[in-house]
Ligand binder design. Sequence first.
Ligand SMILES: Cc1cc2nc3c(=O)[nH]c(=O)nc-3n(C[C@H](O)[C@H](O)[C@H](O)COP(=O)(O)OP(=O)(O)OC[C@H]3O[C@@H](n4cnc5c(N)ncnc54)[C@H](O)[C@@H]3O)c2cc1C
Length: 328
Amino acid sequence: MKKEIWVLMEPGKTEGFSEASLALLNPCRTIADSLKATLTAVAFSGDAEQAANTAGAYGADRLLLADFNPPDPSKALADLAEQERPWAILAAACDDVQEWLSQSAARLNTGFVSNCSGFVLDEKTDCLVWTRPIPGENCMCDITCPVLRPQIGTIRPGIWKKKQRLENTFPASISRFTPTQSGSARVRVLELMQKLTEDGIDLENADIIVSGGKGVGGPDGFAPLKELAAALGGAVGASRTAVDRGWISGIHQVGQTGHIVSPKLYIACGISGAIQHLTGMLGSGTIVAINTDPNASIFQYSDYCIVGDLFEVVPALTEEIIQHRNSF
Ligand SMILES: Cc1cc2nc3c(=O)[nH]c(=O)nc-3n(C[C@H](O)[C@H](O)[C@H](O)COP(=O)(O)OP(=O)(O)OC[C@H]3O[C@@H](n4cnc5c(N)ncnc54)[C@H](O)[C@@H]3O)c2cc1C
């Protein structure tokens, strides 16, 4: 029987689905191709035609669409998986999905790996290898579900960008299913809101991020970083230490318990490079670190290492950028 990989599609503003769900179709397509498996987008609500077009454009072969939004999505999904026997089920790690998907896994008597920062296919064992930080520890671990199926896990948003298929774009084939319960959903989506930073930028989709850590020394220390970010047209990020000290709001936090970001350029200012911070930004294209300590661990992961005081380096960079821009 042909294997199936399911991706749960959360409702969202872009083309009917959340950015994180669409982005997840991208790595799943690669794995489905390696396994010669079917990639199926599973949705509990949405307009069938639009959902099939979007799911197809982002790589899904098939759309499994519920006839109505079930009162208990955990049971509805478990019942559906019981009948269809997918090889794996993945979803973007949003709070409510994490909660009910773990219950689906329990109903299916299989494993559940939450909040992963990555996953790869191990063809030898025919397993997904999920990567996630060990809670409260300074290390990452790989987890597999060697025997039980389906393999179920959630992936933190921001690790992959959504990517449309450029060739062979066709709508996903539509299969409708009727959830096994009647009644109305306990949760109704009234409005979809996007989390933006104070500068109005969606951190997870920013191309450039200038981040500050404990080295900025206080709330005022973020001022030169904001100027650099403005000169570059980017957003301001922060380490958890800066957030915990109340120097900047939590919406700016990058890392294991903050946003996972993958901008083209990440400038880390006064950030030491703890694993929990790295987890959130190692997918960045180019990493520049500014730190007074030549042995700071962030330098091991950086493309450009600037040993110096951020209060000298950052304003100098901003001035250079403004001058360079004005010379055109
Ligand atoms: C369960 C758990 C989850 C966590 N989640 C996150 C998370 O999501 N994100 C996160 O960031 N952390 C997280 N942490 C915290 C993490 O372990 C680190 O404590 C934190 O990232 C350190 O922040 P920092 O680099 O700003 O501070 P520090 O480690 O104190 O580093 C400050 C750096 O600034 C440099 N510096 C000082 N002055 C200057 C100057 N004038 N110019 C240039 N450099 C200077 C210093 O040399 C030093 O390297 C988590 C921890 C746990 C236990």
